[in-house]
Design a protein around this ligand. Structure first.
Ligand SMILES: NC(=O)c1ccc[n+]([C@@H]2O[C@H](COP(=O)([O-])OP(=O)(O)OC[C@H]3O[C@@H](n4cnc5c(N)ncnc54)[C@H](OP(=O)(O)O)[C@@H]3O)[C@@H](O)[C@H]2O)c1
Length: 334
């Protein structure tokens, strides 16, 4: 019988010690149940949100990952077995599968989509055309409502979602201030992405740099929370709009993350805050895909990849993303 190597969650990780929490296992691939599809995984996506599912919190937008099961995560792969006529053998598919050599799922439960295999770099189905791209566009367009003239701050700006938010923000007419960790990321944001200002939160005073920009931010695409959000909120413009896409600074906490220290600024500045969660609007997927594909084809938007190879190196790739060694989208190639 065909074997499948997969990463099993054994316990909740403590901090970034993923090697103590997950182990590489091997099992037989069982015959498919009716309705299931099986991929030979080509790429696994390393997504920051999965850090929440590895923890014990029951009040997140997704229930905790059960111990003893294969770690779930996004995969792109080729269908090798199928009981679903809409996803025949040979098609290229993206789905919430498993951190494994093969993913098995029911398409309706796994947000599975058939992909255009002719896209010049199929990794972009995890990049510009992937859920990070869709989320950035949804957040900026529908939750924050970016318009020409906005001054937009993006945190975790050199990661997958952040780099896309910076570029989409510019395409929608905003001046963009990107916040990221380290001079290399800030140089990338300035030189390659064309942000108006890049702030190195590890070496610079975020609040002082925002003030020095000379225009108060009217919009914030927030990926981090904690001290970074504390530094931005009091410096927002009157009637500023904040989209909360992620709060990665608190994903390793066992409980909920404390709110911003200066929450009273919501009243003082009459700020509007909204959460950004793509599964709220599944019907908008095709529209996001069309817009992003047009920009990609026109060369108006791009995303670099941070690549690691081999199923045995999954935790290396994941650690690069969580600890901020990546610029752009972190992928594991199988
Ligand atoms: N709401 C949704 O549906 C949705 C969908 C996709 C992503 N997201 C959110 O978007 C954010 C980015 O996710 P991603 O998957 O695209 O990952 P990513 O940005 O490619 O990688 C994570 C980045 O977060 C930064 N980071 C990690 N810990 C940090 C900390 N304590 N303080 C400040 N920065 C920290 C690191 O960059 P630095 O070197 O700059 O620190 C790292 O590169 C996450 O908050 C994620 O939850 C939300």
């Amino acid at each position: 019988m065909q074997k499948n190597r997969y990463w099993r969650l054994d316990r909740n990780p403590s901090g970034n010690d993923f090697a103590a929490a997950l182990s590489l296992q091997e099992a037989d691939l069982l015959p498919l149940a009716q309705g299931e599809v099986r991929l030979r995984n080509l790429y696994l996506s390393m997504d920051a949100g999965t850090r929440m599912w590895m923890g014990p919190r029951e009040d997140g937008y997704q229930p905790p990952q059960p111990f003893g099961a294969a770690m779930s995560g996004q995969a792109i792969g080729e269908v090798i077995e199928s009981t679903d006529a809409e996803m025949p053998v040979g098609s290229l598919v993206r789905a919430f599968g498993q951190w494994a050599e093969y993913s098995t799922f029911r398409p309706d439960e796994a947000w599975a989509v058939t992909l255009d295999a002719k896209t010049p770099d199929i990794r972009q189905h995890f990049g510009v055309l992937g859920l990070n791209g869709w989320t950035a566009l949804y957040g900026l367009q529908d939750i924050i409502g970016i318009a020409p003239g906005d001054v937009l701050v993006v945190s975790a700006a050199a990661g997958a979602t952040g780099l896309l938010a910076c570029q989409i923000g510019r395409l929608l007419g905003a001046q963009v201030i990107g916040i990221a960790g380290g001079p290399e990321k800030c140089a990338y944001l300035k030189d390659r992405i064309g942000v108006a200002m890049a702030i190195d939160y590890k070496n610079e005073d975020v609040a002082a740099r925002i003030i020095a920009f000379g225009k108060e931010p009217t919009a914030l695409f927030e990926n981090v929370g904690g001290e970074i959000l504390d530094a931005i909120m009091p410096n927002m413009a009157l009637h500023g709009r904040i989209g909360i896409c992620g709060l990665i600074a608190g994903y390793d906490l066992a409980g909920s993350m404390p709110g911003p220290r200066n929450f009273d600024q919501v009243l003082m500045k009459r700020l509007r805050i909204g959460g950004i969660f793509l599964p709220d609007v599944p019907e908008k997927g095709p529209q996001f895909e069309r817009t992003l594909a047009d920009w990609l084809k026109a060369g108006a938007i791009d995303l670099p990849f941070d690549m690691t190879q081999g199923i045995e190196n999954t935790l290396v790739a994941y650690g690069r993303m969580i600890s901020g060694k990546n610029i752009g989208k972190t992928l594991l190639k199988l």
